[in-house]
Write a protein of this length. Structure first.
Length: 144
């Protein structure tokens, strides 16, 4: 009876470890239930971009590196839809730790050459997959 209880406890612990391990594996963005962007007339809504490369590699070296990858992802989505950073009119930045604001801001600012969009920054939030930075934005371009 005691051996059976120990065996059941071991199996339960192993199952819990397996679930935790599976939950920590990166999920390809293409399998999540949202689009990277959605166009509505002249407006492009860019979903929250995380620091994951196009080939699925996570970027985690620093807040600077994460922000750069997020901005590169946004740039790619904008370009694929015929927009650029000059067309971004609003952005929302999510930081795991608001203390990372200066480091994020330095990289973020370098992508805007002709003025900055309106922006909100929220700190102290849990970001998907344990990242430190996530950014979403809205771009607008007058249709010709």
């Amino acid at each position: 009876m005691r051996a059976r209880t120990i065996l059941l406890l071991c199996l339960a612990a192993f199952s819990a470890m397996a679930v935790i391990t599976l939950a920590q594996k990166p999920v390809p963005l293409r399998t999540l239930p949202f689009s990277p962007a959605r166009k509505a007339g002249p407006t492009l809504y860019v979903s929250g971009q995380v620091p994951r490369t196009a080939d699925g590699q996570d970027v985690r070296e620093s807040v600077e590196a994460e922000t750069r990858q997020v901005m590169e992802n946004i740039g790619r989505v904008l370009k694929e839809n015929g927009y650029g950073f000059d067309d971004v009119v609003n952005a929302t930045v999510y930081l795991k730790d608001i203390q990372d604001y200066p480091e994020m801001n330095k990289v973020y600012a370098s992508y805007f050459k002709n003025g900055f969009p309106a922006r909100a920054t929220v700190g102290g939030v849990e970001i998907v997959f344990g990242f430190k930075v996530e950014i979403s934005c809205v771009a607008y371009k007058v249709e010709k």
